[in-house]
Design a protein around this ligand. Sequence first.
Ligand code: 0WK
Ligand code: 0WK
Ligand code: BGC
Ligand code: BGC
Length: 936
Amino acid sequence: SFSVHYASFFPHLLAAQRKQIDAVLAPFLLSLDTLREVKNKMRAELEYGLKRETQASATVKMLPTYVCGTPDGTESGKFLALDLGGTNFRVLLVKIRSGRRRSVQMYNKIFAIPLEIMQGTGEELFDHIVQCIADFLEYMGIKGARLPLGFTFSFPCRQGTLVGWTKGFKATDCEGEDVVDMLREAIRRRNEFDLDIVAVVNDTVGTMMTCGYEDPNCEIGLIAGTGSNVCYMEDMKNIEIVEGNEGKMCINTEWGGFGDNGCIDNIRTKYDKQVDEGSLNAGKQRYEKMTSGMYLGEIVRQILIDLTKQGLLFRGQISESLRKRGIFETKFLSQIESDRLALLQVRRILQQLGLDSTCEDSIIVKEVCGAVSRRAAQLCGAGLAAIVEKKRENRGVEHLQITVGVDGTLYKLHPHFSRVLQETVRELAPQCDVTFMLSEDGSGKGAALITAVAKRLHNIGRKRGLIDKYLYAMRLSDETLIDIMARFRREMKNGLSRDFNPTATVKMLPTFVRSIPDGSEKGDFIALDLGGSYFRILRVKVSHEKKQTVQMESEIYNTPEDIIHGSGTRLFDHVAECLGDFMEKQQIKDKKLPVGFTFSFPCRQSKLDEGVLITWTKRFKASGVEGADVVKLLNKAIKKRGDYDADIMAVVNDTVGTMMTCGFDDQRCEVGLIIGTGTNACYMEEMRHIDLVEGDEGRMCINTEWGAFGDDGSLEDIRTEFDREIDRGSLNPGKQLFEKMVSGLYMGELVRLILVKMAKEGLLFEGRITPELLTKGKFETKHVSAIEKSKEGLNKAKEILTRLGVEPSHEDCVAVQHVCTIVSFRSANLVASTLGAILNQLRDNKGVGRLRTTVGVDGSLYKMHPQYARRLHKTTRRLVPDSDVRFLLSESGSGKGAAMVTAVAYRLSEQHRDNLFAFFLGYPPQLDKRLQGYRL
Ligand code: 0WK
Ligand code: 0WK
Ligand code: BGC
Ligand code: BGC
């Protein structure tokens, strides 16, 4: 220990004297047990401060800072920062650049805060602060710029309200006041410049952020300077006074108040009490007064006075200056204790203090300084050990690795403080591997980073709020969705009824498909799949070795715009040509295989192998086809070629194909749903409800063609100006209004129109509107899917928007992501409400309390969008609670389903032929029960 170390120097120091000095310093020598006890007491106080019921009376206040993240490198901009409360008052200009060449440039000026200002009126203090800001802005030539400001205010604040002054401050009319208001008023009083005060942060938080910018593992900020304090990232679930359990929030512990309830009185010495009584805030900040730079010198002075009174120092002469409070600054401790300093210099310091000393005196003074600073470092170490232990438990790990960002003159300048502190932490928290990172740039940088984040969150929040208001009409409540579900149900009934069908918008087209595959299908088929994103031709072999298997080979063919917008003849010639090419490749040109034609457009059918196109939808607009039977048109095109023959046995809608494809794997599948370029659904309806088709037995698949829902104006109350603009710019204005609010062909364009309008109103891209952004189709639905990807969505947004030339800010990207979410969420919600109507119909048809069914789904929007499926499932289950719905993704497309239907049609035609023979040979017709109700 110290005494043994020094005793050897001055053998003539009488043992008695030695003993007396040891007695005075003994209370400063804290054993490991005592320190461990302090650590445990600190831990208990931390918990008190976090708990709702004990928080109000806690001495360690555990103040929530609402800082929920450490810098992530996307911060950027120019910020003003104030740093008040430490040794120096600093005004800083901080320029932050993000991205690959991220950097932080800082310019600052230090201003003095005279004592009479620190302890004058609040008005004088804030006027002084504003004066300094004015000088700095003048000096930097930026008086006109209304910069965002981050204020490092190193005093205990609860949500911006000063709880109580500490250290050397005691300005009146400030405690209980909002710091931002006081600063704003002072700026108003001066009326010379304006600032956007965005954040007030504690210096511990600023320090953590400054170090966190370099080391993301930095989740603790420690100040060992004029004052003493620590903050750390706590789990939200442990912070009872703040709503929410997800993530973390930074807690400013204000551990300076530790012991104000007397819990460490057992280690407080009379000198500590003297210092406290002589301080500006007696009874408060007891732990701080044993550990921080403001008070260590004072403690030493008290001890020196006591030792002098005992005649053990300065020949018992107490000089005037030694009586002066605060005369023995803590920096003297650092100087006196630095090993490099010879005793002579110690004496010189004492001289400056008007203390005439001997060598013994300076050794004793050095010993006293050592005892006081060592205790301070150990006590800080004990407190910090409690914090890192808590972090380790929060993470539930055996061994914790963490970084502590540190600042403060005591830690930086005292020769031993930092080492003793670190040793103490290592001894008291052996399972924690703590890296101490000195904050080079002070907390001003941290404050600017927090301001950047707060500004961004504020802007984002403001923008989100604006967008929510803006797109209010697109956020549909469950009440509205249930209403739309009821409306659609009515439309279904109209479509099914003979009387209303002619005027119904939801056509409810009979498909003459009477059941899903029953496992008996077999054969070699060709399937055409036209109308989705791709035109696909497939060869489908359904065989029956042990169990039924399906083999498929397919080719994708282009459908160039000039073909799908040209004449119907050219279109079907193109289809026939592709089919010819496919059969060539399959070497089956000599075969006349049954063909199933998935034609994804509204067709009226009176039998399986007939499909009269009612109207084109999506991208198609070929002339001379609407009102015609597409089977005939295709047969004609094939005949015209004469190089192969095909037997088109069935034309099915892609929803039907999808239902059949999924029905092959799941017998419960009785609904087919497409959410792709277009949208639509089919389902198995009871024959007795289908007025347009003879018979009441069994069921038939109905192609709802719900894309046209609302074409009669029944959705005008939820259609927005953007939906109307989409419709006006479409190939089929006034038609497929529901589809245009929901499907993939239009979603990207919807978002683009919203972005253009918001940019025009200066809500986005600082009002920048580029030719690309104004170009139709430039913002695609696949972009919406990419931007809504949780992890890389924002980067994608930046990439896509940059390509559109609008130079998006981070906020813009977040805002655009929000717009995409609102538009795609509305789509999923709307589909859930119309699907819900179909599910209710099925449940009522079956007369069951709870419906169990499977919905076969396909379509690029449903498949590619990262959140769409989940949202659709969730809303559907909320809107139709008494149903167990399985959503089965169609892996292999509707081609397989089309082949299944064709297999049935084929068997029908076989039987027909057989019966004809039988009839001519005078035998009664054989009816295959499975073909009941089918019609060719
Ligand atoms: C430098 C920081 C400041 C903090 C100070 C504490 O920039 O925010 O208050 O350290 O150390 P002190 O100056 O009190 O020793
Ligand atoms: C794949 C199916 C096809 C359907 C398409 C719809 O095989 O019949 O038309 O899905 O999705 P889209 O390609 O329009 O996104
Ligand atoms: C204040 C803290 C501050 C610390 C270090 C204490 O007196 O109460 O808010 O963090 O000093 O500056
Ligand atoms: C068509 C439907 C088709 C849907 C999905 C709509 O535009 O009218 O027949 O099922 O798109 O492809």
